[in-house]
Every structure is written in C-alpha cells, then in structure tokens.
Design a protein around this ligand. Structure first.
Ligand code: FES
Ligand code: CO
Length: 350
C-alpha cells in the first residue's frame, strides 16, 4: 500500500513532532507526502498549513512567527492558523485579495506532541488513561526511519522476531513461540494479549524491578488504526509500563517514529535515561532489520508476494482491516510491488 496514494489515510491524526521543537520557530514536516509547516500560535497551540507561500511559492518554514502568525521569509506575506493571508506588507493599506490563502490542516497538541490530520478526522485520538491517573510521561523517540508505517506496526506485534532480532537484549534465542497468544478485534483495531518469558540482563534490572535472569511478561498490545500502538505490560515489581508508538507516515519510504511511555513509579525509582538507553538498544535492533524490508507492505492478501505463518496473524489482521478501510471509502490499494510480484494463484501454479 502506497500511503501517499490512499486519501482516507489523510483522515487520521498523526503525531508529527514534540511541541518544544516549535519554540525555535516554524518547523517543516512531510506527512503522507505533503509538505506542511507547523508553528506555535499566540495562545501556545500549534497550527499547520501547506509549506508553500501563495505569492511566489517560497517555503513558509523558512519564515518566522510574528504575533502568532506565520510570516513568509521572502516578501513577508503573513498567514493565520486558517491559512488566510492577513497581511501583505507592500500593500498594507489595501484589503488582502480573497484568493490569498494556503490550505490549512487540523492540528492540536496532545501528550506533549503536535498532531496533524490533513483532512476531516474519522475519529478522535485515543485518550491514554495514564494521563488522568497522573503517571509520569517519558519521551522516548522522535526520529526518521527508512521503512513503511505498516511494517513498523506489524513488527510491534510480531513475537516471532524476538529470538532472532532481539537475542542481544531481551530475546531468548531458543524460544521461538509465545506461550500464550490471543487477539480480540475492536472498533479501533485489536488487542493482542500474550505471555512470554524474556531475558532480564543486568541493564534492565531497575526497569523490571527484578534481578532474576529471566522474567515472564504479560503484554496487552493494542493496535489503533492505522499506525498507532499501545503496549501495556506489568513488571514483576508490579510497576506498570505503557508504551505508545506512532509510525507517522512521512511518505511511501519513510516514517517518523514517535514514542513515549508512562510508568506508575518515580524518576528516583528508575531514571528515564536508564529506560531510554535500554529501549534505544532494543529499538535499534528493530531498525536495522526493518530498514532492509520492502517499505511497501501489501494489504490485499490475495495479491501478495509474501508467505506467512501463524504468528503473523496480527499483521494479517492489520492488512485485512486496512483493506476494508480503503474499500469502505471507495479506494483500491495503490502499490509499487516488485516487478516479479504475482497474484498468489499464479505463483502456486509455477
Ligand atoms: Fe512568500 Fe513572496 S513568496 S511573500
Ligand atoms: Co522488535
């Protein structure tokens, strides 16, 4: 599925950057192939418009913020959060022509991040109950990966890679199957529950609250259409650790990985740097392999050039639900599969 060519994907909220980055002035971002610019308005809320001035097409992200409006750095045309040009310095005594505007997008701050929906959102953002419970929030990642959003999502639910990709951290090289695995489909996507025994090396002892060489983990892993997951787990210490991962689609080749977590303990119990150092090691193991896969993951399972196994079920459900989403909005899957990709029947006949 080429995400930039599926208009319905424009109707979801995506985390695009931590809010504090906007303190430095307008910031560019490419979302689903569209170049946008974000800035902080006078009341501190974020705004997003197309990163292209309607005068002579300069990038507004090269401009600056003045009085809560964004000002083009070329000739100073000034835009409000609705994308309307509110000032043309060279003709300040005349009304601004009605056509002087740029497309504006839905934009809001949540959980310390600026979120954008390019078109009318189909659903609200999930509200983490951990916010209302007052758990501490730890920012983890904000970085660009050369992979597809669906690839990252299905990886986040793929227990079969732990023994291979993560054998240097928490994975047990000889344990290839989760002990228990169940999936319940929901309106937002699905919840996968699994129980798995994983390694607990000394670097993770303060995170898990256990000095045992292995610990049993009970995961509740939710997938929210299209590219957000919530991973909740309870450590042997009783501490709860809840990770939110956003695979924000930049274009058909890249994502912005944005991740934060909640814990119901304190910084003194387990410093955020220690958690992030450990998770960086884990996540870099995923990155190394995910940047080798074909970024374009097919959602139409009747036309895929990939074989599957039982543990791929979460990813297959994602594909089924994404295909249903496209079809419900009158879209066919756009794809850029390799030239040798054949309908499955034809492959079977070879
Ligand atoms: Fe933006 Fe001229 S190009 S003001
Ligand atoms: Co992994």
């Amino acid at each position: 599925m080429l995400v930039t060519r599926q208009p319905v994907l424009r109707r979801f909220w995506y985390a695009v950057m931590p809010m504090h980055r906007l303190d430095a002035g307008p910031q560019p971002f490419r979302l689903l192939g569209e170049d946008i610019v974000l800035w902080k308005t006078a009341d501190g809320t974020p705004a997003a418009v197309r990163d292209r001035c309607c005068h002579r097409t300069a990038k507004l992200s090269k401009g600056f913020v003045e009085g809560g409006h964004i000002v083009c750095g070329y000739h100073g045309w000034t835009y409000d959060c609705s994308g309307a040009c509110v000032k043309i310095p060279q003709a300040a005594d005349q009304p601004v022509p009605p056509g002087a505007k740029v497309p504006a997008y839905h934009c809001q701050e949540r959980f310390g991040y600026a979120w954008v929906a390019l078109d009318e959102p189909l659903r609200d953002l999930p509200l983490p109950e951990e916010e209302s419970l007052g758990w501490r929030r730890v920012h983890q990642f904000d970085e660009t990966w050369r992979t597809g959003a669906l690839r990252l999502m299905e990886n986040s639910f793929d227990s079969a890679h732990f023994a291979f990709v993560h054998k240097g951290t928490f994975g047990q090289a000889d344990q290839h199957k989760p002990q228990h695995f169940s999936i319940t489909e929901t309106d937002y996507g699905f919840e996968a529950r699994m129980v798995i025994t994983i390694n607990n090396p000394p670097e993770s002892h303060r995170i898990t609250g256990s000095t045992e060489p292995t610990t049993e983990r009970r995961f509740s892993n939710q997938w929210h259409l299209p590219f957000l997951r919530r991973l909740g787990l309870v450590y042997p210490s009783g501490v709860q650790h809840v990770i939110y991962t956003c695979a924000t689609p930049i274009d058909d080749e890249r994502i912005q990985l944005i991740q934060w977590l909640y814990r119901n303990d304190t910084e003194a119990d387990c410093p955020a740097d220690l958690i992030n150092d450990w998770d960086t090691r884990v996540v870099m193991e995923d990155k190394e392999i995910l940047e080798t896969v074909n970024a374009d993951a097919p959602v139409d399972v009747g036309r895929r050039d990939e074989q599957s196994m039982a543990s791929d079920r979460p990813g297959l459900i994602m594909r089924k639900r994404l295909l249903a989403l496209l079809q419900a909005h009158g879209e066919a899957e756009a794809h850029g599969w390799p030239r040798n990709a054949q309908p499955r029947e034809e492959v079977a006949a070879c």
